[in-house]
Design a protein around this ligand. Structure first.
Ligand SMILES: N[C@@H](CCC(=O)N[C@@H](CS)C(=O)NCC(=O)O)C(=O)O
Length: 90
């Protein structure tokens, strides 16, 4: 990944005041990574999507779609580590 990269196939479910979400969003901002974001408090239908797909209403959660598979990654640290694993320089 490089600076100011808009990543396709990734969606971050979150809400603005959630500290764990802030941690992830700050990491993404610092690294210049842009992903689609869905606020589950502003749009309750996103919360329903999250529960239906990931199994629980916990944020942050990163929906990772690649080819024909969809993975729902919970836990802020795991989400950050996912991005770090994709970055050349961490
Ligand atoms: N260990 C989790 C904690 C996430 C968490 O507690 N998120 C809260 C919002 S700040 C939440 O979604 N609570 C609702 C729930 O767990 O059902 C992380 O680091 O992501």
């Amino acid at each position: 990944m490089s600076k100011e990269l808009e990543v396709q196939g990734l969606t971050l479910y979150h809400f603005s005041a959630c500290m764990f979400c802030i941690k992830v969003r700050f990491f993404l901002w610092r690294k210049g990574i842009k992903v689609s974001q869905k606020d589950i408090l502003i749009h309750p239908q996103y919360a329903q999507e999250l529960i239906a797909g990931g199994g629980k209403k916990q944020v942050p959660c990163l929906r990772i779609e690649s080819e024909n598979t969809v993975q729902w990654l919970y836990e802020s640290t795991d989400i950050i580590n996912y991005f770090k694993s994709k970055l050349k320089n961490g």
